[in-house]
Design a protein around this ligand. Structure first.
Ligand code: NAI
Length: 237
C-alpha cells in the first residue's frame, strides 16, 4: 500500500495488518515507514517497508511486480499516496499540473496494471484507490488535483468492468476533510468554517477512511465493484 508513512495511509496500514494482512508499506523514504512498521509489529502484525518515489512510474510498476513475485501473491492493492500543488487554474504551471497527475493518477494506473497479472492468476484481487470529494464536486484552486481524482474514478470503473470476470474488484474511497498533514496546511480558521457545513459536525479521522478500506478489502465486499464510497461526514450529500 502506498503513502503508508503517515496520515490516512498509516491508519489503513495499521487496520489491514490488524485484520491479518502482511502489509508492504511504500512511501518516498524509509524513515517514516519504519515507525509504522514498528507499530504494526507491536500490535502483533506483519509488515515490510520499501522506499519508492511514485513520480517514477517505472520503478513503482517494477516494485509491485517484485512484491507479488516474492510473496507469491498479491491480494490487495491500496493506492493511497497523493500530493497537492494548489493554485488557481489561470496561474497553474504545467509543472504543478503534471506533478499532481503523475503521482495521483499515473502511478495508480501503473500500480494497478502491474497488480492485475498476479491477481488474475489467483482469480482474486482487491484494488482500492483513494480519491477525494474534490474529484466529484471539483474544488477551486485544485484543477490538477480534482482532475486526477476524477480520472481515478473512470480508471477504477474501467478496471472493475475489465476484471470482474476474474473476481478482481476495484473501488474508490473518496474522503472529505480528514485530519492529516495535508489538511493541517488549511489552518484553524478555515477548518472552523468548514465544520458547520459537515452534517456530522467534525472533520474525519484517518481511522474513518481505514474502516471503509478494510471493508472493501474483506471477503464480505466480494459483490461490490466499480463504486465510489464517499466518507465525508455527509458534506457532499
Ligand atoms: P499526507 O500528505 O498526510 O500523506 C501522503 C502520503 O503519500 C505520505 O506517506 C507520503 O510519503 C506519500 N507520498 C506522497 N508523494 C509520494 C511520492 N511521490 N512517492 C511515494 N509516496 C508519496 O496525505 P493524507 O492526507 O494522508 O492523504 C492520503 C490520500 O487521501 C491522498 O491520496 C489524498 O489525496 C487523499 N485525500 C485526503 C484528504 C484529507 O482531507 N486529508 C481528503 C481527500 C482525499
Amino acid at each position: 500500500m502506498t503513502g503508508a508513512s503517515r496520515g490516512i495511509g498509516r491508519s489503513i496500514a495499521l487496520k489491514l495488518a490488524h485484520d491479518g494482512a502482511h502489509v508492504v508499506l511504500v512511501a518516498r523514504s524509509q524513515a517514516g515507514l519504519a515507525s509504522v512498521a514498528a507499530e504494526i509489529t507491536t500490535d502483533g502484525g506483519s509488515a515490510e517497508c520499501i522506499a519508492c518515489d511514485l513520480a517514477d512510474g517505472t520503478a513503482f510498476g517494477a516494485l509491485v511486480e517484485s512484491v507479488a513475485e516474492k510473496c507469491g501473491r498479491l491480494d490487495i492493492l491500496v493506492n493511497n499516496a497523493g500530493i497537492t500543488k494548489d493554485g488557481l487554474a489561470m496561474r497553474m504551471s504545467d509543472e504543478d499540473f503534471d506533478a499532481v497527475i503523475n503521482v495521483n493518477l499515473k502511478s495508480v494506473f501503473v500500480g494497478c496494471r502491474a497488480a492485475l497479472r498476479p491477481m488474475m492468476r489467483a482469480r482474486f484481487g482487491r484494488i482500492i484507490n483513494i480519491g477525494s470529494i474534490s474529484g466529484i464536486t471539483g474544488n477551486a484552486g485544485q484543477a490538477n488535483y480534482s482532475a486526477a481524482k476524477a480520472a481515478l474514478i473512470g480508471l477504477s470503473k474501467t478496471l472493475a468492468k475489465e476484471m470482474g470476470a476474474k473476481s478482481i474488484t476495484c473501488n474508490v474511497v473518496a474522503p472529505g476533510f480528514i485530519e492529516t498533514d495535508m489538511t493541517e496546511a488549511l489552518g484553524e480558521r478555515i477548518k472552523e468554517q468548514i465544520i458547520p457545513s459537515i452534517p456530522l459536525r467534525r472533520l474525519g479521522k484517518p481511522e474513518d477512511i481505514a474502516a471503509a478500506v478494510a471493508f472493501l478489502a474483506s471477503e464480505d465486499a466480494g459483490y461490490l465493484t466499480g463504486q465510489v464510497i464517499v466518507v465525508d461526514g455527509g458534506l457532499s450529500c
